[in-house]
Design a protein around this ligand. Structure first.
Ligand code: PAF
Length: 280
């Protein structure tokens, strides 16, 4: 498996591969890889001749300098996992390589970013959109793979692909969970032992809320009770809990077709901010 830090070297490699008509799958990541990322890589390897995994902690999408600084960086271990999962090449540029100049352009995703993650992290989706668009331009993949855990990110990137007419297919892969239900995340490694014990409460609360909705309880009462469950739990600080349409990200007033909406939440467990969602 080749590891590229230079955009031009990666482009030359891809040019040679494309000359042999090879299809290319891209799995963009910020590293600190876990089995959730590996499932994206494995799905890509089954659907493409080549899989490119990118590892880049994108400063433009962090609105909190401490969060950026604390983001785990484990490139060596990441490369071992990527190779084992069948990745063909890794793109791990430096910040200077990706942003020779600070981007002037700003992406505005309108209502898609005025809620949930976008509301709590101003500028986050501008940064995600810019870096993902750059990856799409550099790699020119046939397919790009993202995890359902970042449901709002998926909706934003779907719109980016549509608005910019990127000639590629987005593939959304299911959230991978620990046995106790905790969604896999690079941030889980920052939880203390005690926090890790409390963490499955997030999925448990979402799953209970889903069961009640499917049993016919009202959206308002289920959302209110799930919020209260977090507010009452001494280990958690609730950022948001919303029941939304997956594409518009706006709150729903009645359940639509299966898989069209989701319960989404972000909570602080100690200093660690975790997000999760469950499809309805
Ligand atoms: O989901 C992530 O890890 C990041 O937001 C992404 C898509 C790699 C862009 O930096």
């Amino acid at each position: 498996m080749e590891v590229f830090t230079s955009i031009n070297d990666l482009k030359s490699f891809l040019k040679l591969q494309r000359a042999q008509n090879k299809s290319v799958g891209l799995v963009p990541t910020m590293g600190a890889l876990h089995p959730g990322h590996m499932s994206l890589i494995k799905t890509s390897t089954t659907e493409n001749d080549l899989t490119i995994g990118s590892v880049f902690v994108n400063p433009v999408q962090f609105n909190n300098a401490q969060d950026l600084e604390k983001y785990p960086r484990t490139l060596e271990a990441d490369c071992i996992m990527l190779e084992e999962a069948g990745c063909s090449a890794v793109f791990a540029p430096t910040v200077e390589e990706m942003y020779a100049e600070k981007p002037l352009m700003r992406l505005d995703f309108g209502d898609l970013e005025n809620v949930m993650e976008g509301a709590s992290r101003p500028g986050h989706f501008n940064g995600v959109g810019i870096v993902v668009a750059r990856f799409f331009n550099i790699v020119q993949p046939d397919k790009a793979y993202f995890g359902q855990k970042d449901l709002q990110q998926v909706a934003v990137i779907k719109r980016l692909v549509k608005d910019m007419a990127f000639p590629l297919e987005l593939v959304v892969c299911e959230t991978v969970r620990e046995i106790d239900g905790l969604a896999m995340s690079s941030r889980n490694s920052r939880l203390s032992k005690m926090e890790r014990v409390s963490a499955p409460f997030i999925y448990k609360t979402l799953a209970e809320a889903k069961n009640r909705l499917l049993a016919g309880d009202s959206i308002e009462s289920v959302a209110a009770d799930a919020r209260t469950a977090f507010l009452k739990h001494q280990d958690f600080q609730l950022d948001y809990l919303e029941i939304v349409n997956n594409n518009s990200l706006q709150p729903i007033t009645r359940l639509g077709p299966a898989g069209s909406s989701a319960i989404c939440t972000a909570v602080y467990l100690g200093a660690v901010r975790l997000i999760d969602n469950i499809l309805l």
